[in-house]
Design a protein around this ligand. Structure first.
Ligand code: 4AZ
Length: 348
């Protein structure tokens, strides 16, 4: 009898609690109860991560009688889905709808190179944001760029990096583009600021995940497609894209692209040694045709190879002896040399 009464009371209490709290759906579309956050162990746990805090805010479901915010409580502490340290497979990354014939032109079409990111800086005088560098989206959460775009002398006069814009074709309209805040920046520990710009690589973690779309997609890393750049031949065509300085001396409002030929390292090291710059095997040279080069403002952007429908991030725009001079190729950070570094820095 006692047991029966106890069970009956329990059922009554649970019913009462249920009646008191509204049913709700959390951002993962799971059904839960709309409660004060201190009643919800899963959401209390979420408070320790940035993404978790986003998840809590997205779980808001109303107010109680005392105007206290309520949140949808389930067993979830964060968004479902792929962890942020997972790289996309070849069927997701580096795809392009463009056929190669169009590449003889200079303008890009809107959805071309949709992994390209623009880096925006807050000027020291607090004025409007300016963009000075580019980067490449490598998964839902990370953008790869040059170290000199996030630290050191180059950005001293520009300001502090504050956001990353994705899905941009024309910086004047930038319709359909999205602006992402930055959660964390990893600069290579052995980056040398100036001289030969060794280890000129940095990884930006966005504050939340981005959804892929027609104009926002990731590029493949060399390791993803098993092409570590070992077999590149002199003169092999690679591609650079960006909004950097053009022949008329200004940065381009629309995303441009240019073909550049690969230089083997022996030849390129000899060339730059004339300028007393010692290049390493973790750098790639490409270009050296008059007026076809990356330049100021293109830094951090991608040097890409294209093979059977897949674009691969082979290099990161780093520096050069001026821009667009005949026989002076641009120097790029060799992404394949940093495969381990990139994967080690990425967090779920
Ligand atoms: C720059 O100033 C810069 N052609 C970037 C790339 C190259 C030269 C200069 C290579 O950001």
């Amino acid at each position: 009898m006692k047991v029966f009464v106890a069970v009956f009371l329990c059922i009554l209490i649970v019913r009462n609690v249920r009646a008191q709290y509204k049913e709700c759906r959390n951002p993962n579309q799971r059904t839960g109860q709309c409660v004060d956050i201190s009643w919800c162990p899963a959401l209390m746990k979420s408070r320790s991560t940035n993404s978790g805090v986003h998840f809590i805010l997205a779980s808001f479901c109303g107010y109680d009688r005392n105007n206290q915010a309520l949140f949808c409580c389930t067993w979830d502490s964060d968004y479902d889905g792929e962890a942020s340290n997972v790289l996309p497979l070849q069927d997701t990354c580096g795809g392009d709808i463009v056929n190669l014939n169009i590449l003889s032109g200079k303008k890009t079409v809107i959805s071309e190179f949709s992994w390209m990111a623009l880096l925006y800086y807050r000027p020291l005088n607090g004025g409007n944001l300016v963009h000075k560098c580019a980067g490449s989206l490598i998964n839902h959460r990370y953008v790869l760029t040059a170290a000199h775009c996030v630290t050191g002398r180059y950005i001293l006069g520009i300001g502090r990096l504050v956001s990353v814009k994705l899905g941009v074709h024309d910086t004047r309209t930038a319709k359909d583009s999205i602006s992402m805040a930055i959660e964390e920046i990893h600069v290579h520990e052995n980056y040398t600021d100036g001289y030969n710009f060794l280890n000129d690589i940095a990884l930006i973690r966005l504050e939340s995940k981005v959804d892929y779309s027609a104009t926002i997609r990731p590029i493949c890393l060399p390791s993803t497609v098993g092409n570590m750049g070992m077999s590149m031949r002199d003169g092999q065509l690679l591609y650079v894209s960006g909004w950097g300085r053009t022949l008329n001396g200004q940065s381009s409002p629309t995303k441009l692209k240019v073909e550049v030929g690969y230089w083997n390292n022996i030849r390129c090291k000899a060339r730059y040694f004339e300028q007393h710059i010692a290049l390493k095997d973790s750098q790639i040279c490409a270009g050296g045709q008059k007026h076809a080069d990356s330049c100021e403002g293109d830094s951090g952007g991608p040097l890409m190879s294209y093979h059977q429908g897949v674009w691969v991030l082979q290099g990161i725009v780093s520096f050069g002896y001026n821009c667009g001079l005949a026989n002076w190729p641009g120097v790029y950070t060799k992404v394949a040399s940093y495969d381990y570094w990139i994967k080690e820095k990425m967090r779920p």
